[in-house]
Design a protein around this ligand. Structure first.
Ligand code: AMP
Ligand code: MG
Length: 353
């Protein structure tokens, strides 16, 4: 995804460069939240908007990181209480629990000890023993997150949280609000696989977002044409290690403690933007991020079932291990198949045939 999106971004950047000569365009590339990020904005106070986005993302990183010892999340994981005045983090944790409930626990921020056991926190990868996993699994589950007076949060002993599956989506929600406040009319925000686009491109055409071929970092399975929306992808190919010829990736099944093996190789969740009046609350970006991780764990059947239930407003591009690309019908006029990708394409409709 990274290389392909980089290609898409490059196009955006090239446009950005030429538009930077005009007064209303600005862009920045930087590293935060453990990933490469970029913002390109046009209209309004674009330069200040880009600066404000960058500041907000650095600050969010300081609060939410599990590897920075002084972050609010690290303190919570070390046994401290998260004071009620941390309303933004508390709202995010509450939202994460809602998505955990909506996905029967497939999305669960209390996977933190499991993520550490596999070495994904430090990049010192290892396969944990079954005994080790059996010792950690009882501490996994949203019921171990405790809400006290005024919703101050504490964790049961042995439970830790990891917002890696939702934080960048939330960050993209904040970006939408910041860009709106600065009067930006057209923008693309890329937060390592999480994309938010505002308006259309300055030339009036839709932004084009590539969906990476999980089997080939240099190829797409297709391209989405988006205006005012989010597109967030989770895939086993994004972070993994190999041992004895087997691949172990970073999206874990909270029920088993093992990397999820659901038959999906990537999940892209697409939603409309939140709208200008949404404010700083977690919104569609957060939902896309939680669901992309969760549906990867749940697999094709349950993912389609959740989509068909209509309980949440999202569309999907699912790529399966057995060579199929499934696109929900709400994306029919937005998804362009990649000729020669070798995949078979199917449209999923609301009512099963
Ligand atoms: P994403 O790239 O959004 O799918 O998030 C993957 C990251 O979320 C991992 O690197 C872990 O930090 C964390 N994670 C892994 N498995 C889960 C899960 N089942 N639920 C919630 N977070 C998870
Ligand atoms: Mg996610």
């Amino acid at each position: 995804m990274r290389r392909l999106l980089a290609a898409v971004l490059c196009a955006a950047m090239i446009m950005g460069l030429s538009a930077c000569g005009q007064e209303d365009g600005a862009s920045a590339e930087f590293y935060a939240m453990d990933t490469n990020m970029s913002v390109t904005a046009y209209g309004g106070d674009a330069q200040n908007a880009v600066d404000a986005v960058q500041d907000a993302l650095y600050s969010l990183d300081l609060h939410l990181s599990r590897t920075r010892m002084d972050s609010a999340i690290s303190r919570l994981n070390a046994g401290a209480s998260l004071p009620a005045e941390n309303t933004d983090i508390s709202q995010l944790i509450t939202t994460a629990i809602e998505y955990s409930d909506a996905t029967d626990g497939a999305f669960d921020i209390t996977v933190a000890p499991l993520v550490s056991a596999w070495g994904f926190t430090t990049d010192h990868y290892q396969i944990p023993t079954q005994k080790e996993l059996d010792g950690l699994l009882p501490h996994v589950g949203s019921s171990h997150i405790l809400f006290g007076e005024e919703r101050a949060i504490t964790l049961d002993a042995g439970t830790k949280i990891d917002l890696g599956g939702i934080a960048k989506g939330y960050a993209s929600d904040l970006c939408e609000q910041i860009l709106f406040k600065h009067g930006v009319t057209s923008a693309m925000v890329y937060l390592g696989g999480n994309i938010y686009v505002r308006g259309s491109k300055p030339d009036g055409t839709a932004w084009r977002v590539g969906v990476q071929n999980p089997k080939n970092a240099a190829g797409f399975v297709g391209v989405l044409s988006l205006t005012d929306g989010y597109a967030i992808t989770s895939g086993g190919y994004q972070r993994y290690f190999e041992e004895n010829g087997k691949r172990y990736h970073h999206i874990l099944d909270p029920a088993t403690g093992y990397p999820a093996e659901s038959g999906l190789t990537s999940v892209t969740v697409v939603t409309p933007a939140n709208g200008d009046e949404h404010g700083d609350r977690p919104g569609h970006g957060t939902m896309c991020d939680a669901f992309s991780t969760a549906l990867f764990v749940m697999g094709e059947e349950k993912a389609v079932e959740l989509w068909r239930s209509g309980a949440y407003d999202f569309q999907l591009v699912l790529v399966t291990e057995n060579g199929r690309v499934l696109v929900t019908d709400g994306l029919a006029d937005k998804f362009e198949q990649e000729d020669g990708s070798g995949y078979a394409y199917e449209t999923i409709s609301r009512n099963p045939a």
